[in-house]
Design a protein. Structure first.
Lengths: 185, 185
DNA sequence: AAATATACTTACTTAGTAGTAAGTAAGCAA
DNA sequence: TTGCTTACTTACTACTAAGTAAGTATATTT
């Protein structure tokens, strides 16, 4: 165990969120970690393997975080989710889903499947959170919970993209409006 | 005049929307048009020039379309805009803004500026449409029109991205919910 | 008829890219 | 102490990218 593998994944995660999956190379990972190109290939033979690992860690992280919020009221859980995006925004990151969705068609099947797995996981959690929140009267919305979950997810995803182009206030504006719509009615 | 230049731009537009700006090469344009790589360079010396042209044509197209809708009620204008996205969705395209926002950080300054110009144009139009629509009581929403415009734009943008990953029903779900929220209250 | 411009092609350079094959140093295991 | 594994490095291959220089065919102008 050297920690190098973890550093590679973390570097890749950052690069996917800043430049996009197709826009970084093994060199971009190797150079700042002061290892050689081939060392990255040792841990991840193909770039696809690295991509899959990055997504798997994100799925795991999401599961952990949402698990911790279980006892909170649903509107609070939603606020925490928005906060995760807020943090990414302040670090200049875009969301993993947003970044990977753009390049989706260029991915190997194994990676496409993983991206879908991640998307399904987030939407499923969000749908349940909304449904339960409506039952407990702390979240208010019209229509099906699943449709609303897609709407919210799309907002969070794009808010980070728009922020990059239109300045970081775009995120705040979207996030605030979103929470207001859902929680103060 | 040979029409080749127009074909190149149209091909590039399609490629940006399907694969992303960094994921296609001049070869991907030249081969299907049965011309050589260098012919593309003849019309667009650098890839950045091609990108700028694609965006400029999109800005022009947006201006033309919205111009045609001027006499319509604002909720109808909004419906037309959603319809433009619906067409892209059925063709497997993602929106130009969404695609370019992901790769934004990797662009040359000239292209970054053009992307911002396009974003500003869309948001400005949408903000005015919403404001006027609220005044005329055919569009209903809370909060500032500008914030709402960002929210809607982010929805349309991401709906195409999510559709690609989660299947084309995702778009319909988001678009329907969106129009319902704004127009039937 | 000669000069010029347009729209390319041919053939190339430079600078990457992912990926691999072979070697090595350090540590542990029998 | 010999062998095996881990975690790399060195040195490469095969390929693709953007971009360029020089030449050519065709049409247009003078």
């Amino acid at each position: 165990m050297s920690g190098t593998k973890e550093k590679i994944v973390s570097m890749a995660d950052r690069l996917v969120r800043t430049k996009g999956f197709n826009a970084f190379s093994y060199k971009d990972i190797a150079a700042p970690l002061d290892i050689k190109n081939a060392a990255v290939h040792y841990h991840f033979p193909a770039k696809c393997d690295l991509g899959v690992e990055v997504i798997e860690q994100e799925i795991e992280k999401f599961r952990e975080q949402t698990g911790k919020w279980k006892q909170l009221p649903e509107n609070e859980q939603l606020a925490r989710l928005v906060d995760v995006f807020r943090q990414h925004n302040s670090q200049g990151n875009i969301c993993l889903m947003g970044s990977l969705a753009t390049d989706f068609e260029t991915f190997a099947p194994a990676m496409q499947t993983k991206v879908q797995e991640m998307a399904d996981g987030i939407v499923t959690w969000l749908t349940q959170c909304l449904e339960q929140g409506r039952k407990n009267k702390c979240i208010h919305f019209k229509g099906a919970a699943h449709a609303r979950a897609l709407l919210i997810m799309s907002n969070l995803q794009s808010s980070l993209l728009l922020s990059r182009v239109m300045g970081p206030t775009a995120f705040r504006s979207i996030a605030d409006q979103l929470m207001e719509d859902l929680c103060q009615k």
